[in-house]
Design a protein around this ligand. Structure first.
Ligand code: FAD
Length: 193
């Protein structure tokens, strides 16, 4: 979906608005019973910036490879990302309250007109409803860390073959890119065997 805010390197936009067809709790655990009262279940609309300007940080906290690294997402740490996210949430709200959704939309669980109409309140609301899509990339990019075939500079026989080698953040989910990178590097390895 295109966005009206600053599109950066992706002129077509990087904003996604996803509407779930089942309540989120049933997506997470399909065996749960549906709530008996009609309309008692909450449905989620997910608004996301796929290529934010802000950058996260991953650091090792120990020399033990089995210890989890520290991941700091740093989401919405700059005005450009906050502004674009506001555009996304307001666009989603306008869609849901439009005549086209009248048959299926009842009310927002917590979003009010006051919040939607005020940047500071909306930023606060977004902050309390923020999550990650787990589309992480770029922690070992081509250039400073690996070459174009995933070979780690200065370490022999070590390759990285996932989205951590992407030098720029992709504008869509990382799954296809991860498969492509794996296939590409496997192909190169088989050629040099
Ligand atoms: C909940 C969730 C939802 C997502 N939704 C989307 C989406 O809608 N669209 C999208 O594009 N992307 C989505 N993603 C992101 C996408 O799934 C990932 O970018 C992608 O799967 C990464 O691929 P990968 O092969 O690098 O890692 P993974 O898919 O994590 O694969 C790594 C594999 O290695 C195995 N493994 C780990 N350690 C070892 C070991 N020591 N020995 C042997 N095997 C090991 C793991 O079991 C796993 O099978 C989602 C991710 C999550 C977690």
């Amino acid at each position: 979906m295109a966005q009206t805010g600053e599109a950066g390197q992706y002129p077509d936009g990087d904003l996604e608005v996803l509407l779930s067809v089942k309540p989120l709790r049933l997506l997470v655990n399909p065996d749960l019973p549906a709530l008996p009262a009609e309309g008692a279940d909450e449905y989620h609309v997910m608004v996301s910036l796929q290529a934010p300007k802000g950058r996260g940080r991953m650091t090792l906290v120990s020399g033990d490879p089995l210890t989890q690294p520290r991941i700091e997402y740093n989401y919405l740490n700059n005005e450009s990302d906050r502004q674009r996210m506001r555009v996304g949430v307001r666009t989603a709200a306008r869609l849901l309250t439009s005549a086209s959704f009248a048959a299926v939309f009842r009310s927002f669980a917590s979003l009010t007109d006051d919040i939607l109409g005020n940047d500071a309140l909306l930023d606060e609301w977004i902050g309390t409803h923020l999550s990650t899509a787990i589309h992480l990339s770029g922690s070992a990019p081509i250039g400073p860390v690996v070459d174009g075939q995933g070979r780690v500079h200065g370490v022999s026989a070590l390759r990285v073959a996932d989205t951590s080698i992407l030098p720029t953040v992709p504008s869509r989910g990382t799954f296809n890119a991860a498969v492509f990178i794996g296939e590409f590097i496997a192909h190169r390895m088989s050629e040099t065997r």
